[in-house]
Each structure stands twice: as structure tokens, then as C-alpha cells.
Design a protein around this ligand. Sequence first.
Ligand SMILES: Cc1ncc(COP(=O)(O)O)c(C=O)c1O
Length: 475
Amino acid sequence: MVDSASKLAALVGELAGERPPRYAALAARIRLLVADGRLAVGIRLPAERELAAALRLSRATVTAAYRRLRDDGWASAQQGAGTWTSLPAGPAYGAWAPAQPTAGVIDLAHAAPAAPPEIVTAFTAALRDLPRLLPGHGYHPAGLPELRARIAERYSARGVATTPEQILITAGALNGITVALEVLIGPGDRVLIEHPSYPNALDAIWASGARPVPVAVDTADPAAVAVDVTRVARQTSPRLAYLMPDFQNPTGLLLDAEQRGRLAAGLHGSGTVALVDETLVELGLDAAPGAPYAAFARADRAITVGTLSKTFWGGLRVGWLRAEATLIQRLTAAAVRAQLSGPVLEQLAACHLLDAADATLPVHRDRLRAQRDALVRALAAALPRWQVPVPPGGLVLWCGLPAPVSNALVDAAQRRGLLLAAGPRFGTGHAFADRLRLPYTQPIDVLRRAVEILAEVVDILPAIDPGSAPSRLVV
Ligand SMILES: Cc1ncc(COP(=O)(O)O)c(C=O)c1O
């Protein structure tokens, strides 16, 4: 149950200024709390009489608000056991892949940098290596041994001892996520997610029949993440938690060692396994992440997802899972069902890319930092009312808009040749209308042009009083 009626009343806040009827305003506030992840999914709401007293409303008002929440799918009644929070059926977004490039169209919908020159160098070297492997059958279900060894070494160097048997090579991070979901969860299981989160992972979680349990992520208060995850995990006992402690997509949040330790301890308490997505871990622009989350968790409670897609190029399709060796065997069995083995040449090229990473990645980071800073400056000059926190790493800005116009903005920008991803894409479908994610993966002149288009579009959007429709309560 929400700890008490008075706590929920404090979260709901003052309703006096809201447009009547009062029950609809109360339902809308509770709905927002659930959508944002500040009120966990799957917990019991306070008894109507108690909440009515705490809010100084009539019981009939609370009864009607709870009925509205149930009618809209934000709550469900359990015979004789009160009213429980829930999420309406999942959004019908589906998987989300970059569009084919079109001349004259700027694609800022996806955060996918162009290939750096070292890709060609790595493939040239891989072709030279290939004859050595040609006498064999070419099937390596868990991945090419030399690539598994290199990835294991990198984990050990980052502070979590790892053997090659703990690594399964996958076709990118998303493939790793879906393999892990297939092995670890089933229909009806709860999966704790950060909110906002990475859309394709959310889609995979919905598709597995699991129920996402959102927990709000606030970059202004990173310490709150571990506290909130622990509380929600205790309340809802999720089987899995999908987390990005290293430059979270889309907020850029980076957790420090103490926060990782607390997160691991909190999830341990509820028996929850963490599926930790480290897709962006190598992209520290102002800060380098500390030891991996896996260094803080019990060995059987952490599965790590990695990829070369953002550090090098999405076209490589080389990623991996790190877990206990016995679990890696189960994950390999599941992966093999969809793809018997990964391509050898790509894995050889991946070895060369990793061998040269210490020399090439600083250049990649310098370029991203310059692009990030240029985009931040252009936004500050052209759209000063936007809130643009500067992330310490990763590939994107998570911008706060002065009004909940994200979808309208994205539609209008598309008509002017600028593709964007609206804020709601990063949630359970019911939040972030006042957010926009902007990647800084394109060259600076393209980013500046994109901001010009944004400024033109904002000018022609219907004026919305920023005070009239907040999509997030400040509590
Ligand atoms: C957080 C996160 N995880 C996973 C992926 C998918 O990566 P891959 O292309 O390696 O499948 C992305 C791609 O944008 C991402 O941002």
C-alpha cells in the first residue's frame, strides 16, 4: 500500500486551483504520479475514507476519482482488497529503427553516429586474419573466443574480474536484451524500469508480456534513484530491473560508486536481478564512470549488456552479455535458437577496434563533446526558455520544454525536414509530453541548422500558456 493516506495526499498536493470537477482533478494527479513512476505500479491505494480525510475532500469525490482511474486502466479493483495502481495497456509504438537517409532531411530521431575511419582499418586487418580461421567450420555459438577474451579482459580492467566463459557475443545490445528477457522473465512478471528509458527495451519488455514498473529518474537528484528503486522493488517484487547507471538514455544520468552500491543492495533485498545496459559507458565526456555495476552486485544478480554500436558504429552489430558462466550457457542456448552463430569477420574487426580503443576513443569523445557543447549553446541562444541540462556523457540532451507540446513540435518539425523523437516515446506512453530528446551525434553545422528549424517551428506552434497544463507535478 502507499505508505499512508497522508503521504499520497502530500504527493497529490493542493487541488483548490484545479478546474472542476474535483474528482477528475484528483484522478488526473494520481494518474500523473503513476505515469511518472513516483507512485509504483501494483500497489494498493489508501482506503477512500482515509484519503478523503487527508485531502479534506468528501469520500464520494475519492470514490469517483478511483472509479475514473479504474475505468481508464490506471487502477484495478481486487474483490474485497481495495484499489491497486496499474498501467493501461502498453503503447502501440512497436520497435523503433532509424529511417533510411533522405536527401535534405536531418535525422535527430536516433542517436547513431556515422562510422569513424578506424572501421575500415579494422576490417582490413580482419581480412588479413581471416585465412587463419577458414579451415574451421566457422560456427561459434557463444562468440569468437578471442573476442570473448578481449571483452572479459576489459571488464577485469574496469574492476570486475571476468573470464571469457562469462561473455556471450550478441548481434548488438538490443539482441542481448531480448535474449536476456526471454531467459529471465515470462508473461505477467514485473520488470522495474527507469522512467524515462530506452524505447526499444521498453518495447521488448511489453512484447515479452511482462509488466513494466516505472521509477522516475531525476538528474537533479541522482541519489534518489537508488532510494526510489529500493522502495518500489520492495513494494512490487519485480523479477528484473532494466537499468542504465552509465549515462542513462535519455537523461544522461551517471551513478557514482556509492549510489551503485545502494542500488545493488536495494535490489538484492527484493531478490531482483539487474539487467544493466552499458551501451553508453565508454562515452564519458566530462566524467568517467567508475567500476561497473556488476562489481557491486552478487554474481547471480547482475547481467550486463554491452555493444560496439555507440563507441564505434551501429552497422557492426556486435554486442555482448556478461553474466555468471552457468547463466551464459542458458543465454547461449536461447540466442542460438534465433541465430546459430555470429559473423566471423565482424568479430575479428571488433577485436581490432578494441585493441586500438585507447587511442581512438578519446578522439570520438572530443568530437562528441564539441558537438554537445555547440548544440547546448545554439539552444540557449535560440530557445532560452528550454531547460537543457548538460549530461556528463552519452549521446543526447533531454530537454525540458516550457509546455507539453512535444508531439506537436515533432510533427511540425518533420514537415520542415527535421526528424525528432518526442518525449512520450521514452516512457510508458503516458508522460514526457514536455520533453524532447536531441542527439548531438551529427556535425555542428547540421545541429545548428536543426536548432534554426526548431526555433521556426516553436514560433508557429499555437501559443500554450505554460502554466495551464503541466505534465509533471513539482512535489
Ligand atoms: C541504451 C541503449 N541500449 C541499446 C541500444 C541498442 O544498441 P544496438 O545497436 O547495439 O543494438 C541503444 C541504441 O540506441 C541504446 O541507446
